[in-house]
Design a protein around this ligand. Sequence first.
Ligand SMILES: NC(=O)c1ccc[n+]([C@@H]2O[C@H](COP(=O)([O-])OP(=O)(O)OC[C@H]3O[C@@H](n4cnc5c(N)ncnc54)[C@H](OP(=O)(O)O)[C@@H]3O)[C@@H](O)[C@H]2O)c1
Length: 219
Amino acid sequence: MSSESGKLAILGGSGLTGVALINEALYQGYSVRALVRDPSSLNISHRRLEIIAGNADDSEAIETLLQGCAAVVSALGPTGRSKSAAKAMICSTATGHLIEKMGDIGITRYILVSAASLVMPADKRTNLFGLVTKYVGSLMLGDIIKDKKREYRLLAASDLNWTLVRCPSIKEGKFINEVKVNRLTVPGGKVRNAELARFLIEQLVSTEFEHEGVFVASA
Ligand SMILES: NC(=O)c1ccc[n+]([C@@H]2O[C@H](COP(=O)([O-])OP(=O)(O)OC[C@H]3O[C@@H](n4cnc5c(N)ncnc54)[C@H](OP(=O)(O)O)[C@@H]3O)[C@@H](O)[C@H]2O)c1
């Protein structure tokens, strides 16, 4: 989608990645509808930003979010104050609702942040970052990685045009360089949130990584 072809729905907009994502989308001229549980937690106001109060585990809230939208970008995840959200499978639950409601409305493009520890069939994790995230990261992530795996299975079986962006540790940081991108293994140990946000928004006008789970890291 281009910034003229409709609004962009964003989930997880109050988080580390999500704030950078909303700012980048607005900077690039998109009109944004952001679903947040607590609107007061979002310190961004802009004439092209609509804030929708609601929970991503609620299919009606998802349906409301999607009104007038042409694509979805999600940086949703269990926050520090709600690790139980991982146990409750918030990412896969929200993605399940999105698959259904996007299908009903006719929105196809879905770009979402996932974890470098999520293993996919085409991976060739020959370097240290790839191996550590596969074996150590997945053990440490517990319910979070179970949720990410379930989310991936739902996407793979869906008709949506999805791109999973698999990340190592996400850190607060300004844009310095384009992220390094790799289809097979994890190209670094961290990614700055502003650089990740730029990459996520670029995927709206790119067909390069459709139906893929690409790895990114800061240069
Ligand atoms: N942080 C990392 O180092 C890292 C590394 C690899 C992958 N990831 C993954 O990348 C994604 C983004 O990470 P992040 O660190 O930017 O996330 P984050 O700062 O923890 O933010 C998560 C966002 O999800 C929202 N959220 C959680 N449960 C919700 C619900 N039920 N309804 C609506 N919104 C809900 C939170 O809203 P509230 O403000 O209401 O809590 C927050 O906006 C996540 O999927 C995470 O698992 C993170």
